[in-house]
Ligand binder design. Sequence first.
Ligand SMILES: [Zn+2]
Length: 484
Amino acid sequence: MMQDYEVVVGIEVHVELATESKVFCGCRTAFGAEPNTQTCPVCLGMPGALPVLNRRALEYAIRTALALNCSIADRTKFDRKNYFYPDLPKGYQISQYDLPIGSNGYIYVDVEGEAKRIRIKRVHLEEETAKLMHAGDDIISATHSLLDFNRAGIPLVEIVSEADMRSADEARAYLSKLRSILLAMGVSDCKMEEGSMRCEANISVMPRGSKEFGTLVELKNIASFRAVHRAIQYEAARQIEVVSSGGAVARETRHWDDARGETAFMRGKEEAHDYRYFPDPDLGPIVIEKPWVDRIGDEMPELPDAKGERYMREWDLPKYDASQIADSRDLSEFFEKTCAIVGDGREVAKWILGEVLASLNATGIELSESKLTPELLAELIELVQTGKISGKIAKSVFEEVFNEGKRPGDIVRNRGLLQISDVGELVSIVEKVIDANPGPVADYHAGKTRALGFLVGQVMKETRGRANPQETNRILKEELDRRA
Ligand SMILES: [Zn+2]
């Protein structure tokens, strides 16, 4: 049944811009300050207070739009979006209606190894609302509500995609790519758990092969990447169930309940808002000068896609590895710093995508929270490259370096893990092993080459893994042949 239908998803993302001050006043924007300490008459919506546009916020919005390959408007303006809600003291939100800063963009998203183009309809700048907190377990049983205006007036960009996604996987991949682009641009910290990145999804279903989209349902209250995936899957299945049993999907807004793992009716179409947009008379029209846009474009940090291509060129990394590193700001910074010391990108990438990622997943921390530094990883790699320790030993000391920040050289010396490459020392160990294992030696001489592996293993056991494997192999063969 599921396979007879196609899911159509469009996504709207709100991202708080990481400017020092708010979009229309000089108040600070730091997260976590005491409630209502970062406010003034403008962001509190006092009558007569006049907004003044923060040029940096406009610059960040333009940078965002450019990074998403949008065309930048040469003229724009701000509009009042009128609605009543306690988090909005003026009775309207300053937003952009018919002249968004950016439009007709796109990004490429990895879908099962293929780059799929997802179109961006528009990018516009608006102000954040106040934060409303309900005292009590939920909105129904709350006895009163509290308002924190520190958040009100933080610059917000809204990024609206076209309905180009066809599954929950694609939606998650889109969000993840979007996030990596915004992080690379330095325009937002994109923390879904702190609310600086939020998303809403529009979902409909249609019979496979159809060109006509089904009735669209809007999903709200999606607070994590995992929730996006679950919510879309749930909602798509619900709609398919309705349609395939002869019913009709209602045009409505639904609320994702993460604890229950289901969507619930929130409001219907008849309650849809008429925001009565009109140009804000307090803020004049804005001319965005081309030379300024060009300069913002020239000074823009490198985009993840370009960075991945550069890694493929410079270090000959496979495409998948390159983009895995390039899509993460933390990993790519770490990668480049480590490469600058050891000059072997393939080896560094192997460590980052292997041991480093595994340890991050196991501990659930960010790379910046670990004790590992590019210098320490570089030292570890150099110990292997100079033959002082084997790759296996390197992996065995990695955890200690990662968790405790100890220098690999010190660990190796203190634990006596230095590789034995000295021929004289290896020869005497090999002789001892040969004398102690007449059976396998006879097997080897009888043509059973597999016995060699056993003998190498015995040498490793004798040296606690410290024997240089290539040398051991060579010497062992030589000694055996000599005795044949
Ligand atoms: Zn203010």
